[in-house]
Design a protein around this ligand. Structure first.
Ligand code: URA
Length: 426
């Protein structure tokens, strides 16, 4: 006979109780098998959202989700491993230059990434704009590529934390995504099962992020750092601003182009700053402190790893990237200083142009997206381009333009830049 039943577990949490280790192990395993129904799990998820969990419950929930699937092991590699996870933002292409950069510094990067949903982009969608590039590789190919190239960015296989795959899809349609214990355990179960030795979390805060306020972001970051540390992964978190989108592009191919600029030693200052900050944290977490990643951008060695990494997964690093068939320029309405550019407005516009998807199964347009020609603090001149909107389907322009309305301010007074890196936890 089963040691528990679903209603007993649901009512315990509904009545603000703590779930026992045995209840947690049972409910995750039974849900993964299909013995706990979706409506029961959604009721439990809502009870968790409303009543929370203590650290012991969150750690056990995470361990149970890891135990639902396979656990990868890279300890036989000849170099240490480090990974980065971002909670998702607009224009956040950092993984693209970061993975080859850290590999160029001697630390292997096993980066399992996702596709975008809603207004935040997905790393795999961006890389799939490169002709021939494959997101799906076997565990053996991943291991071999980590040894030979040093960096892999690929899709997580079905065997990794299957409980999370099922639960995340359920949360998405039951209004239970926002629970901090559930977000933290979802992210960390995948990262711990992935087998990285060190982990740096980029927890985004602001209009374009999951977490709109800094206190909630700090609580999420702290929870995840504790989970990682408890599981033996060297984990730190940076809280970073996502009121303003990163760089000058949001889309797929256009973000690859911007990443290549960074790998060539150029690119927007904010993208370079965050890439280097995260690289330094990853290297320190992996015990490498005698290499300056800035040197590896400047001397082209990060770019060499990028080319090898793309080729190893079937991509042609020299191929021309797709370009949208149609473009529409929005000009600066009045001369002044750009004082605000809203990440959510830009993210929604890129999404409506076809760069993102509304449902998991939808395709994305490789060439679609938004280019902005100024960042907060820049002086802009009336009549000059402010945004270029890109899409294959011109009927999308109107709704994209609507999302940019009210999404920026142009003023005259002094401008104080917001710090990109708000805090470090760990
Ligand atoms: N990303 C995840 O993987 N899980 C969440 O719950 C939220 C963001």
């Amino acid at each position: 006979m089963a040691p528990h039943d679903a209603v007993e577990v649901i009512t315990a949490k509904r009545d603000k109780g703590e779930l026992s280790d045995s209840q947690i192990d049972w409910v995750i395993a039974a849900y993964t098998r299909g013995d706990v129904a979706d409506e029961q799990m959604s009721s439990l998820a809502m009870s968790i959202l409303l009543n929370g969990m203590v650290p012991r419950e969150i750690a056990r929930w995470t361990a149970a989700m890891i135990a639902s699937g396979e656990r990868m092991d890279f300890s036989a590699l000849s170099r240490p491993t480090a990974d980065k996870h971002s909670t998702g933002g607009v224009g956040d292409k950092i993984t693209l230059p970061l993975a080859p950069l850290v590999a160029a510094c001697g630390v292997a990067v096993p980066q399992l990434s996702g596709r975008g949903l809603g207004h935040t982009g997905g790393t795999l969608d961006k890389l799939e704009s490169i002709p021939g590039w494959r997101a799906t590789i076997s565990n053996e190919e991943m291991f071999d590529q980590l040894e030979s190239v040093g960096a892999v960015i690929c899709a997580a296989g079905d065997g990794l934390a299957p409980a999370d795959k099922k639960l995340y899809a359920l949360r998405d349609v039951t209004g239970t995504v926002e629970a901090i214990p559930l977000i933290a355990s979802s992210i960390m179960s995948k990262k711990i099962a992935e087998g990285t030795g060190a982990l740096v979390l980029d927890v985004k805060v602001g209009t374009g992020a999951f977490m709109k306020d800094v206190d909630a972001a700090r609580e999420l970051a702290q929870t995840m750092v504790e989970l990682g540390t408890h599981a033996g992964v060297n984990t730190v978190a940076l809280l970073t601003d996502m009121n303003t989108p990163l760089g000058l592009t949001a889309g797929n191919a256009i973000e690859v182009v911007e990443s290549l600029e960074v790998l060539q030693g150029g690119g927007p200052a904010d993208v370079v700053e965050l890439t280097l900050a995260l690289a330094r944290e990853m290297l320190a977490g992996a015990g490498v402190t005698d290499v300056d990643p800035a040197d590896k951008l400047a001397d082209g060695s990060a770019m060499d790893v990028w080319r090898a990494m793309i080729s190893a997964q079937g991509g042609d690093p020299e191929a021309a990237l797709p370009v949208a068939r149609e473009s529409h320029v929005v000009t600066v309405p009045s001369t002044g200083t750009l004082t605000r550019l809203d990440a959510m407005a830009v993210g929604l516009a890129a999404w409506r142009l076809g760069a993102g998807r509304a449902r998991k199964e939808d395709p994305v347009q490789a060439g679609a997206g938004v280019v902005w020609h100024a960042q907060p603090g820049d002086v802009v001149t009336q009549g000059e381009p402010l945004f270029t909107l890109l899409t294959d389907e011109p009927e999308r322009f109107d709704r994209a333009l609507a999302s940019l309305e009210g999404g920026f301010d142009i003023g005259e007074g002094p401008f104080t830049a917001q710090d990109l890196i708000i805090d470090r936890i760990g």
